[in-house]
Design a binder for this molecule. Sequence first.
Ligand code: TYD
Length: 133
Amino acid sequence: MSLIQLISFPPLGDDRGSLVALESQQSIPFDIKRVYYIFGTQQGVARGFHAHRQLKQVAVCVTGRCRMVLDDGEFREEVWLDSATKGIFIEDMVWHEMHDFSDDCVLLVLANQLYDESDYIRDYTNFKELASD
Ligand code: TYD
C-alpha cells in the first residue's frame, strides 16, 4: 500500500459556495479527539520532523497549500496538500514533514488522541531504529 493515503472530502456545495463536513468513522477513519491548525507559517519554515508512536491524524489544507513528506523508515513519498477537499491520513509510526507553506496556508489536523509529548519520536535516527523493529 502506498504511504500516501489521500481522502477525498465531498464538497456539499450549492450556489452560495462550498461546505465540507468531517465526521468520526466516516470520512475520518477514527474517532476524532483533538483538532488543531497551523497557520501564519513564516516563509522558508518547515514543520513536523517527527513521528508518533500511536497517534493517527488526518491533515487538510483548508486554505493555501503545503508539501507533505511521509517516511516509514524505508520509503519517502511526498504530496502537495492544496485543496480543502483533499485530506491525507498519517498513520502512527510515520515520520512527517511539512514544507513550502504558502503565506495563506491553514493546515487543519484531526487527531485520535489528546496531545501527549511522550508519544512523539523527534529524532530521525531513533525513528529509523524503532521502525525497523
Ligand atoms: P509541534 O508538535 O512541535 O509542532 P509541529 O507540527 O511543527 O511539529 O508543536 C508545537 C508546540 O505546540 C509544542 O510546544 C507542543 C504544542 N502543542 C500542543 O500543546 N498541543 C497540540 O495539540 C500540538 C499539536 C502541539
